[in-house]
Design a binder for this molecule. Structure first.
Ligand SMILES: [Zn+2]
Length: 251
């Protein structure tokens, strides 16, 4: 079975697909500085790559799904000191989540799973708030699996669990696996590790930007140790998170 990217399909094809499945995946990222070596759309690449792999796994089990166009914009205040970063208001993001889910549900996709890989707390909270409103309205069943939760974090890397989880080996490996053309290798290999627990700096030290959290180049962790193999392993875990969540919504 092919992978169904909604934006690439004509409407009669989508109508056909909606007769066969209720499942839609929505990739969510941001346009945000990710070190001097990764593209601004890093989180979008991770979200889309996870959805594509999940769709392949699901299709092997006979479950089709639609992959919606990604969210390229999010709540991205931490990256604002760095050129190119674009942020939107939390309520704007929540409203977008509601509008997208209501539209998809109206066309028959009433089981919706977000694949969000921009981990800024206010951004994740805004997506969850939008999904809560959709669930409460009864329009669709929506799930927002959160990689920061223990259940999923145990399937990821030591660096991720240690909190150095922005543009380090974790995210760099994922981009290397899917879009190596967008990684500046010379820059990547020159970067010294920045071992800072970002969630701790946010929660306990009041950091509002990457700079305040202690990184003046918008990366944490150890990008130089990233690899394609590591990226494929992480993608497998992220795809499995979506597959499990889809199955939970279908029961
Ligand atoms: Zn990121």
């Amino acid at each position: 079975m092919p992978i169904h990217h909604l934006a690439d399909m004509a409407w009669p094809e989508v109508a056909e697909l909606a007769r066969r499945t209720q499942v839609a995946l929505v990739p969510a990222g941001a346009t945000e500085a990710h070190g001097p070596h990764l593209p601004l759309q890093t989180d979008v690449i991770i979200a889309q790559g996870s959805c594509r792999r999940a769709a392949e796994l699901l299709s092997m089990e006979g479950i089709e799904c639609a992959i919606a166009p990604p969210f390229y914009y999010g709540v991205t205040n931490f990256g604002m000191p760095f050129a190119g970063t674009v942020t939107i208001l939390e309520e704007t993001l929540s409203q977008l989540v509601v509008a997208v889910c209501r539209s998809l549900a109206g066309h028959g996709f009433t089981r919706i799973v977000f694949s969000n890989h921009h981990l800024e707390p206010a951004h994740f909270a805004a997506i969850k708030e939008g999904s809560r409103q959709v669930i409460e309205s009864g329009a669709a069943r929506v799930a927002v699996p959160d990689v920061r939760e223990e259940r999923w974090a145990v399937t990821l890397t030591d660096e991720f669990r240690a909190g150095s989880r922005h543009a380090g080996a974790y995210e760099t490996s994922l981009v290397m696996a899917d879009r190596p053309d967008l990684v500046n290798e010379e820059e990547r290999l020159s970067l010294a590790p920045v071992w800072i627990d970002l969630p701790d700096r946010i929660r306990n030290h009041g950091a509002h930007t990457f700079k305040e959290a202690g990184s003046d180049r918008a990366y944490f962790g150890d990008p130089a140790s990233a690899s394609v193999e590591q990226g494929e392993r992480i993608f497998e875990a992220l795809a499995n998170m979506i597959v499990t969540t889809v199955k939970e919504l279908l029961v």
